[in-house]
Structures are given as C-alpha cells and as structure tokens.
Design a protein around this ligand. Structure first.
Ligand SMILES: [Zn+2]
Length: 566
C-alpha cells in the first residue's frame, strides 16, 4: 500500500507541474476523503495463535504461512491504521463462541476485552454470538457477571465498547431485538454500518435460544435499514453479513467462490450499500460484485480464527458523502507472526492463559484404562472410536446417523495414570480432554448419499504424485461398519457398508457429522465438501467432554467397527 501511495503522489506532482495549476490546486480543500475499513470474521476466541491447519493460510501458489494470534492481529491492525488517515475496525460475527479453553472458560470475556483494546467499532451478531441466547448476549454487550459462573476473569466484566448489530433479528412481534445499524463519523462524514446475520441461524443453534425471536431475510433487512440511512442522508453504507460462500480453493485475494448465499445477498441488496464483509463459511475470498444499479462493490471474507484481516479502502466524495466506487481497493492481509506482537494485548492473553490453568483441572470424566490413538490394522483406534461416538451423541438434534473424524485432529492419548496435576487414577480433566481435541473445530452435520459415503471411505487411500499411496483412516462412530480389502485397487477397496446395522443404499440419504475441517474437504476428503443441508453443532471438545461426563468409567471400545480382509 505504501508503494502504491508513493506512485500516486509522484504522478500527482508531475501532473500538477505540467499543468501549471499547482498553486490553485493546493488552496482548494480535498474533494475526497479516504477511509480504510479493517475487518475480521469468525475469530472464535483464538487469543493464542491457533495450532495446526487452523493457524495456517494457504497462499495462491498452494504453500502455507503461519498466521493468527490476538497480539499479532492487534499489531497488524495498528500498522494498517497507521497507513490511512481514517480507519474503522469491524467484525463479521462468530468472534466469540466455539472458542478455545483460554477464552471459553471465561465466557469469552477476554476476547471481548481484546476487541475493545483494538478499537472495534461494530460487529454483526453471528450464530455463535447467539449460542447461549439473548440474555447472555445482552450481558456480553453491556457487562455484568455470568449468572452461574460469576466474574472469573475481571471483576467486574464491563461489556463491549462496540455494538452487536442484527437488522434482521426481531422479537416475534416484529420489533427490533438488537440494534440494526450504527453510524460512525469519519472526517465529518457519516458512515452507516448495517449488520445482518444468516436467516438460517435457528438451524445452527439449539432450539430453546431462538424461542420468541425471528431471523428475517437478509436482503429485506439490508434494504429496509439502508433506506433509513438514505433518508437520513447517510450515503456511505457498509454491510457486515454473517453469511458466506464456499470456494474452490485459491489464495486470500482470489475469488474462486461457488454460487452461494453471500454473493446472492451482495448482488441483490440496495445499491446504496458500498461494501460487503462476510463470514460464517471460514473461507478466504476477495470478489467484486455488481449491485442492482450496475456499479461494482467488494464482497470479501477473511478465513477464520484471526488469520486474515479484510481491508477495504474507500474514497468518499465530500460533497455527496458517497463512495467513489471505481476507486475502491480491497485486499486480505495475512496476520503473520513475524511482526512484533502488541504488548498490551499480549499481556491480556497471558493473563487469560494463567487464570485458565486452575479451571482446566476440573474433572469431566473417568476412564478404566488408557484411551490411545494407536490404531488396529483396520485403522480404528479406541480413542478415535470414543471421539466419534461423542460427536454422534452431540449432534443428535441434527438427526445425525453416523459421525466420522480425522485422526490428525486427535492430538494425544488419554492416560489412566493421569497428568502431573495430581488427580486420581482414571480421572480425566477438562485440560486433558482439551489436549486431545485442541483445535476448537465445530461439528457440522451434512447429508450424503450412500454412494457419496462410499466415495468418502474410498478417499481414505490417497495416491501421491510419486506413485505411493498414503492412508488417512477416518475414525467412525459405532453406527458405521464396513470392510476393506488389502488387495483392493483405488476406488474399489471398501465393501459391506452398514449404517445402524442396515446395508447402505447408494441412492439413500444419510446424515453424517464431521468437524468443519472435514466438511470443507480437508485431508483430501473432497467428497465431504459436496454434502448438502449443512447444520452446525457444538465445538468438538465440548462434544468429547460431554460424552466423557455422560459415560463414567469409560472402557476402551473393542475395534470391531472396521474389518480388514486380505
Ligand atoms: Zn457462523
């Protein structure tokens, strides 16, 4: 950006010298003002740099770079602000909820404090901001201690210094339940920021928390609110949309999106809206769409977990107070870890880590023997079995019939003799469960045909360019059984698949729970990305811990789900 600005300045100086009007031009006030919007989405309480694939960004050439961490994000925000005369920091939802231990233990209060510290101006409400219902969202907004856990982080918790927006969230009587819009003045020019959450929010949270509320059509809510801003003469309008599209891969600034709800919304909504920040699908893309009046406007998303900052540079005409659309420039900035982290945010993160320690020692279950990751010749492991069974149990409300998980997401064994924390033999603490499932992946349930299910299982064998084949055995719930042949060829190894004891019909429909990493086609399981009717669920760790609690004295399951034949 600095380079671009220098080129522009040099060009302007040359132009003025040639035209000979330098004196006249410098006396007139600038006709436009520059505004930089800096946004992140789906941060999910990742105060510490996220681990594994959750902490990497894929670049256009397919290589990856480590990214994310609140203190690094804060440093990048400060740097990006320093390059622009005016800036606003925005969030596209799911910044709290489905969080790692360090934030989740304190009901995400440390994450809200972090967002306060970096000067967040507004956030849309994502589905996860609504996970624990309206009353808890109001507490997060306005402060106060948690009704059951109290103030465990800071006494008192003072709330968010930015509004949570939701123009399409109303009570049953149609009145707004939350603020639909906020207005910030930038260099004397009003900027309207409208938030809308996905209209399908009720399908991705527990039914109790949406009783009494309506989640309306996104485009209608944007248009209704945009019209209010129009009437008030507020012409620079920005949309925060907690809804997103899928992609066919690509780097942070590619636009390889598949047709999806975000593009549909950004194409259809009022031409008064100048830019769309999106979220929810955890994808990276930087697109330009055409509004109903035929003008371009950006549609952008910045992956998740604080790995990217979506930056949109607007040029605003002072006289009309509206955006000069042709001058808009957008990019996704990688939150690299090579920058000096922000000291204030680092101190906040360190405090959360330290205070989480004792709470992590809470008992969540008991086991009768080690639950290990080491697999039988069939590929099945006792710990994998237990995790998949827990994921199935936790997604019953999604009508899940089977669950499958990737072995790479199971990071360590659960041991009977326990951790150095000093608890009794066989006790499993929350911290130990967390060490097994640390990524904060979110459960998702999709519909696959029987034929697709077979393809997924065949994709456990992955031919490599060098002619070898690597295997990635999915860990499956007790409701899925199959046989594979050591002498089988690619695409023809798996047979005898049953779900709930019934042979699988290739044309039948099956509800399958996987984590969001697999649902996006991770680890080479591209067939899973073709699943339909996606419904969200809890964090994988919460599913695991709940299963341990519900099944005390849990013994290692016998490896009888998968059969291997010569
Ligand atoms: Zn979401």
């Amino acid at each position: 950006m600095i380079v671009t600005k220098r080129i522009a300045a040099v060009a302007a100086a040359v132009g003025l010298a040639l035209s000979g009007f330098a004196g006249t031009a410098s006396a007139a006030p600038a006709a436009t003002t520059d505004l930089r919007l800096i946004a992140f989405n789906d941060f999910h309480g990742n105060l510490q740099p996220p681990a594994g694939s959750s902490g990497r960004v894929t670049l256009p050439n397919g290589t990856t770079v480590d990214a994310g961490g609140a203190a690094y994000l804060a440093a990048h925000v400060a740097r990006l602000r320093g390059q622009a005369p005016n800036s606003l920091v925005l969030a596209a939802g799911d910044n709290i909820g489905a969080s790692p231990l360090t934030s989740a233990l304190f009901h995400d209060e440390p994450t809200v404090e972090f967002m306060n510290k970096i000067g967040t101006d507004a956030s849309v409400i994502g589905n996860h901001e609504w996970d624990e219902g309206y009353a808890e969202l109001l507490r997060v907004q306005f402060g106060g201690c948690h009704p059951t856990d109290g103030c465990q982080f800071h006494q008192p918790y003072r709330g968010a210094r930015f509004p949570f927006l939701g123009a399409n969230i109303t009570f049953d009587n149609g009145l707004p339940a939350v603020l639909p819009v906020t207005v910030r003045f930038v260099d004397g020019i009003p900027v309207g920021i409208i938030g809308v959450t996905l209209k399908d929010l009720p399908s991705v949270v527990t039914p109790e928390v949406v009783k009494g509320f309506k989640f309306g059509d996104e485009v209608q809510a944007l248009n209704r609110t945009s019209r209010l801003l129009d009437l008030a003469g507020i012409r620079t309008q920005v949309a925060l949309v907690h809804q997103g599209d899928s992609t066919e891969g690509g780097g942070p600034d590619d636009c390889r999106t598949l047709p999806g709800p975000a593009r549909q919304i950004a194409t259809a909504a009022s031409p008064s809206i100048d830019a769309f920040f999106t979220g929810h699908s955890h994808q990276q893309y930087n697109c330009v769409v055409t509004d109903p009046a035929g003008k371009p406007r950006p549609l952008i998303q910045g992956a998740s977990f604080g790995r990217l900052l979506s930056v949109i540079d607007l040029k605003i005409d002072r006289k009309s107070r509206d955006v000069v659309r042709t001058a808009t420039v957008a990019h996704n900035e990688v939150v690299t870890r090579t920058i000096t982290p922000d000291a204030g945010v680092q101190a906040l993160v360190d405090e959360a880590v330290a205070k989480a320690g004792p709470i992590a020692n809470r008992q969540v279950g008991t086991i009768t023997a080690d639950l290990v990751r080491a697999a039988a010749p069939s590929g099945e492991s006792p710990l994998g079995d237990v995790i998949a069974d827990g994921q199935l149990a936790a997604t019953q409300s999604n009508q899940a019939q089977i669950a499958m998980t990737n072995p790479g997401g199971i990071r360590t064994d659960l041991t009977y003799t326990g951790s150095p924390a000093g608890e009794g033999h066989g006790v499993v603490t929350y911290g130990e469960a967390f060490a097994v499932q640390p990524f904060g992946n979110i459960m998702q349930t999709i519909t696959l045909t029987g034929a697709q299910l077979k393809t997924v299982l065949e994709q456990q064998w992955q031919p490599q360019p060098n002619g070898t084949t690597i295997t990635r055995f999915l860990q499956v719930s007790s409701t899925l059984n199959y046989t594979w042949s050591q002498s089988g060829t690619q695409g023809n190894r798996v047979s005898g698949i049953t779900v709930g004891g019934q042979p699988v019909d290739p044309a039948g429909a099956y509800r399958v729970s996987v984590n969001n990493f697999l649902a996006a086609g991770g680890d080479g399981f591209t067939e899973l990305a073709k699943g339909t009717n996606l419904t969200g669920g809890p964090v994988d760790l919460d599913a695991f811990a709940a299963y341990l609690t519900a099944n005390p004295n849990l013994a290692p399951p016998a490896p009888t789900r998968v059969t291997v034949i010569p």
